[in-house]
Write a protein that binds this ligand. Sequence first.
Ligand SMILES: [Zn+2]
Length: 304
Amino acid sequence: MAASFSGSAKAEICRGMAQKRCCAQAACFGILLFCNSFGADGIRIITESQDLARNLPKMFKKAFGLEFDVQPDSDAAGKMNFQILKPEKIAVIMDAYGFDIRDTFCLHINLPVVEEDCCRAAFLKGAFLAGGSVTDPEKGYHLEFTTTHQAVARECYSLMEEVLGFCPKSAKRGGGHVLYMKQSEMISDFLTFLGAPVAAMGIMEAKLEKELNNRVNRRCNCDDANTSKVVEAAQEQLAAIRILQEKGLYQQLPLKLQQAATARTEHPELSLTELAAMMEPPITKPAMNHRLKKLIHMAQEATT
Ligand SMILES: [Zn+2]
């Protein structure tokens, strides 16, 4: 199965995860605050990203020196389940972020963890990997990530807006707090910030392609409109010429008008400009228009 756009973006982000311990802790913080559950009674991370699944054990090892109590086989696919259940491990993790394990009902983004620029990026990478997705730009522009912790959503919003200049929108959905973006350029910039420039380029390419298609479509519609006008005018001229022939007036026409009538009869599809160029000597478009109008006028006189 081909990877989804979101899956490819996550794979790209995983390839560029920073190696520093401070960043590993920040990335794990993002993962924990945006994953399925993170509390005193346990940690549960469910992901469909094989790249994240491959990286999770390494990241937790580097950040805390800990292993998961439950983790999927290395060849697992679909929804993969990672858990830490042992209280002493959870205590180590809570302690690393300055939380007291007896008081974890209101988790928030502990600012010292995301103080350094490198760690801010790592934190948001983790948040996106665990709780985020980005829509295939062929279908629309939408990037979002969801947390169950209200304070985290608010603080993450401030971090993105004040510190990094991204302005996501926020919404509540079910029990979750969602931060989302709908502008192609912001999504593209944010993916670049997360270390996924290829996905970012995919967004901009899709946008350019859409704009180009729109322009071409407008152009075609415009041409169609012109074409039908040309066809209508030509039909009127041909009808007039037929009348003049039926009434025996054709042979009496001045040479210039005969020439115009012949050209139109032989080339019903040509525009005025093209017909004008065929005259001997060539004439202007208004002059050509004048000759054809004259034919129509004479035909009208002949029938009244
Ligand atoms: Zn760092």
